[in-house]
Design a protein around this ligand. Sequence first.
Ligand code: MG
Length: 389
Amino acid sequence: MAPSRVSRRFSSATTGIAEDGSPNFAFAFDIDGVLLRSSSPIPGASAALTHLHNNNIPFILLTNGGGKHESARVAELSKKLNIPLTEENFVQSHTPFRQLVEGSEETQSLEDKTILVTGGDGDKCRKVAEMYGFKNVVTPGDILMAHPNIWPFNQIFSDYYHNNTRPLPRPIDPANPSKSLKIDAIFVFNDPRDWALDTQIILDLLLSKEGILGTYSEKNGDPSLPNNGWQQDGQPKLFFSNPDLFWATSYHMPRLGQGGFQASLEGVWSATTDGAALRRTTIGKPHTHTYEYAEKLLIRYRAKLLGEPAKKVGKLDRVFMVGDNPESDIRGANEFKSPLGTEWTSVLVKTGVFREGSNPTYKPKVIVNDVLDAVKWALKQQGWNGQIQ
Ligand SMILES: [Mg+2]
């Protein structure tokens, strides 16, 4: 379906139109519990997106989900929702990790370093990380297959790991630390499938000297050092991509998500270190970093969608964040202070985590039934015709 020119079907209250006639607003949609529920489209989702697409109203998909490369997920979603989508308006929980291939203000380039990637089916997340540009990616499965005694209950998952592992670039050799496997950063890309092994290996690395597996830092527990010496000896930085404690699945009650794993690891860390803080970086909604990344992408996408050569696209005044999770979608939109002055308006739907009758800790601007009602409401707010066939 070819994009049509910008619709002029708006009321006299033309608050939603920039001077050049393009919409000065856009949407950000969560996926699970908003567009899909356990992989099936939620009624009205396709109609809502098709309407925006046909009217050249920009939108971005902003999910705390992940585990596959953006290209694969976009192809899958386009088919399910019957709408052409691209990677240019798509952000998954781990998409911002891409930036760390080249590095950021706080983190050196990790392109040639050795990173540990955990979570996801098989070693799909390793492949995603490699497609982002990380050159040396190790998984907990690789470590277990090379050193089965690193976790005593290794036989339970041995079939699972058998087909998804690769030889380690270096063995674990505590007698020769300079020749032993050294991990420079740890990335939790997706929900863990084997919480126990992932917990053990991440813990080992956080207790190690300089990320060398099989070593134990002498600084651990030293009260003369900051944080009592914990994570003070060049251990790898720890990154989480999705803080959601719960998410909506086909079960009738929300299930533990990657945030559950983070809380669990934090508990183990606290018990191991007698209450030391776990230093880590968490991205994903509601964290500002993810909203900043999403806004940048949305602005670039919008310019491409609305812009013509040599024509300047007007300012983006408002983004409607449509989500089902008050703790992530709504909180993130409410708390995000756009560096560009764009206003983020939160819209909560009832098709996912949020239950009718409950009192959300983070209050949305409005609560509506579903994504179709969310789009209709937002269009009316902007003075557009909210009728969608
Ligand atoms: Mg959701």
